[in-house]
Design a protein around this ligand. Sequence first.
Ligand SMILES: Nc1ncnc2c1ncn2[C@@H]1O[C@H](COP(=O)(O)OP(=O)(O)OP(=O)(O)O)[C@@H](O)[C@H]1O
Length: 592
Amino acid sequence: MHPLSRLFSHARNYRREVRIASLYSVLNKFFDVLPEVLIGVAVDVVVNQKASFLARFGIVEPKDQLMLLALITVFVWVGESLFQYLYDVRWRDLAQNLQHDLRMEAYRHVQKLDMAYFERNRSGNLLAVLNEDINQMERFLNGGANDLIQVFVGSLMVGGVFFVLTHELAFLALVPVPLILYGAFWFQRRLAPRYGAVREAAGALAARLNNNIQGIATVKAYAAEDYEAGHIEQGSDDYRARNGEAIRLSAAITPVIRMAILAGFTVTLLYGGFMALNGDIGVGSYSVLVYLTQRLLWPLTRLADLTDLYQRSMSSIERVMNLLQTPVNIRYDGRALPKAEVRGELAFEGITFAYEGSSRPALDGVDLRIGAGRSAAFVGSTGGGKSTLIKLLLRFYEPQQGRVLLDGVSVNELNLQDLRRAIGYVAQDTFLADASVAQNIAYGMPDASREAVIEAAKSAEAHDFIVALPQGYDTPVGERGMRLSGGQRQRLALARAILKNPPILVLDEATSAVDNETEAAIQRSLDRLVVGRTTLIVAHRLSTVRHADTIHVIDGGRIAESGTHEELLALDGLYASLWRLQTGERRAPSRV
Ligand SMILES: Nc1ncnc2c1ncn2[C@@H]1O[C@H](COP(=O)(O)OP(=O)(O)OP(=O)(O)O)[C@@H](O)[C@H]1O
């Protein structure tokens, strides 16, 4: 389907707006063509006087005829100006509304896409679609759509006048028009893939820039500025080269069209002139024809810019539409699950899951149950699959085999947001918004009172450092929380989960960045907090999880051992050797 049809079938509500704006464009063009005709009529009045074209309508006196012409001229110009104002406002309003709606729709859609999508597509490229591509579409609607309509309508109207005045000449003057149109389409077809490549290169460049700016600390620390600048240069060079290919073609359009116009204009000038000399047409008609040839053919040179703008925009619209039509693989709708009704019993049944493009499953036949209000800890070597298990519970991904149950219902059947509202999740890498400390703690809970925020911060051992910040709870944390230390960020994330007061608490390495003393204090708060909540804790530091009701050791995507701390020590397997390694009780066996 053509990108423009895709856009308009998508933006159905705008059809009326488009029709009205198009009507204003047509009316403006109508009034815009008339002055040339009036010049011809004026010449006719002066030359033929009482035998003029206007005299046929009963206005015999040349002076009266001129007065009438002046009146019509005023009317025509006022009409032209009025409709120019109206179409301009309409098209530009339309462009603004459509870009706003489309951006919001695309952004809302992007938010619903599954995590695998974000792993496949670089975020900078997505930014380019949501920003630049949508802006490009706005540029086309701002002026391009009107220009396109006017070029066609203008040609039709002028062609009509030609036919009324003289058929033969009209035919000759109009011969170049189909050639010009064919030429414009020829160029447009060839420009399409080039501008497609330009947009792809722009997306790739934005992705690189985004990645580098986010990792600027690492770039500096490894003195890799020149290396990264080289990397960006490649991207920028590629963008320039792709544009260069489009420019060479696009720049040829005007000169080629001009040659066709030249042919049409010369024919009118000569052939029309001969006809006037022979007395076959009047001087008035001749002057109208010469002016009108200009009016007919010159706007066609606009086709060059228009083809260019049009094709750039179509490439952009294509990208926006593709984004909007990316299917949402993980459904949001499902059975409602009010937070108050969640008991918190969890079961993982025969879970096997491999990440997209990965041949080895991250989880391989995992079966486990966590009773409502109980705590389960997951430990084991890095890359074992602990975080993956948590992500399946949150339905960031769906397992290829098996299912995750909450209170006996498959999480796939639950309303996705309800499921996530029931879970307080503290991730390994904390995301903080560019807002104040208090706003970050109350993230997703804008109605939380200041007292509740402070209470949550106290439980997360964050209160003391927060009040020592320059503006206390109102201190901005910077982009991604850059102005805070890693441990401070973790404590804010913990406070956020505590404030949410969820029936299920999931802590994935939630205290890995804080010192032992703070961790012990957080642990004491957590001991109080976890009462009555199902809690899942992923940790490398075994001291954090030794009191969990059950500890599961995950190794290579499977559950290697399960039991309480004491049971696992007695088993003298992986857990026992990890424990010894961390507490230094005995030399660790070589496999750990
Ligand atoms: N988004 C992803 N795409 C592809 N593979 C992934 C992805 N995330 C994790 N993996 C792979 O899946 C396996 C399990 O990863 P997971 O993050 O669950 O391990 P983990 O036990 O939590 O590790 P750690 O203790 O280091 O946090 C690893 O081999 C990892 O490389």
